[in-house]
Design a protein around this ligand. Structure first.
Ligand code: KIV
Ligand code: NA
Length: 276
């Protein structure tokens, strides 16, 4: 299994780091077997798997439940789990308790926190306690209500300066990685060159130290028809799934499934009768 030290080495050697989200055991198996360097159990879970409109309704129990499944599927991959909405803000005690559960109960190797300033203080407490922290800056979807929508961040000089300053804090507090979401390519490159922590981009252009995509976006498995500009869908499993289910519905309605080969008979030798 790769570790935070390996990711730094990869950055230093200019080897791109591949991150992918996963939410369940099959997704984790496929990701690990395909050679992704690290899996993120993202709270995008809320939107792509649980059917919510945003990541805001996602709970600690949701993250733990799905992290356990991912861990069972990918035993040899570094797993990062998102701390969900408001699980790292109320107090240091609550933040530590929640991060501890994600590590000890669920088996994650690191936690990811969105935001700067006060969040960095919480992150420092976790890091001092031995919990690897991944920071998340730029577009931070848990703050969609405050941001007023999902927009590219860091376009004005003021935002740009703030982001650069925040990125340097990521190094100062000793965070393991930085996820940078939806910022102009030039700024993402500048940040990647300015800090030691590996920078993993999503909608952050070509020059970050690594890339992350949401599993269902990558496989074309989302329920909607629209994907963000920064997504590349490498398959369209949504179409395959829809067609498969339609065929099944037709088959049952027409009584063309099951066929003789799917059926048990009383007179068959017993070995043939094992249903699985
Ligand atoms: O929840 C998530 O999937 C994420 C990635 C998009 C970085 O935070
Ligand atoms: Na997230």
């Amino acid at each position: 299994m790769k570790t935070t030290k390996d990711f730094r080495k990869m950055k230093a050697e200019g080897q791109p780091i591949v991150m992918l989200t996963a939410y369940d055991a099959p997704g984790a198996v496929f990701a690990e077997n395909a050679g992704v360097d690290t899996i993120l159990v993202g709270d995008s879970l809320g939107m792509v798997v649980l059917g919510y409109e945003s990541t805001v309704p996602v709970t600690m129990d949701d993250m733990i439940h799905h992290t356990k499944a991912v861990k069972r599927g990918a035993k040899n991959t570094f797993i990062i789990t998102d701390m969900p909405f408001m699980s790292y803000h109320a107090s240091k005690e609550e933040t530590v308790t929640n991060a501890r559960r994600i590590m000890q109960e669920a088996g994650a190797d690191a936690v990811k926190l969105e935001g700067n300033q006060e969040v960095f203080k919480m992150a420092e407490v976790l890091i001092n306690g031995g919990i690897p922290v991944v920071c998340h800056l730029g577009l931070t979807p848990q703050s969609v209500g405050v941001l007023g929508g999902y927009n590219v961040q860091g376009k004005t000089d003021k935002q740009k300066d703030q982001l650069m300053q925040d990125a340097k804090e990521v190094d100062r507090i000793g965070a393991s990685m930085l996820v940078l979401e939806c910022v102009p390519e030039g700024l993402a490159e500048e940040i990647s060159l300015s800090i030691e922590a590996p920078v993993i981009g999503i909608g952050a252009g070509r020059y970050t130290d690594g890339q992350v995509l949401v599993y269902h976006d990558l496989i074309g498995g989302g329920t909607g028809d629209h994907y963000p500009k920064f997504v590349k869908s490498y398959a369209s499993v949504k179409n395959d799934i829809s067609q498969a289910i339609k065929h099944y519905v037709d088959d049952v309605k027409k009584r063309t499934f099951p066929e003789e080969k799917h059926v048990f008979f009383a007179k068959e030798p017993s070995t043939e009768q094992k249903p699985y």
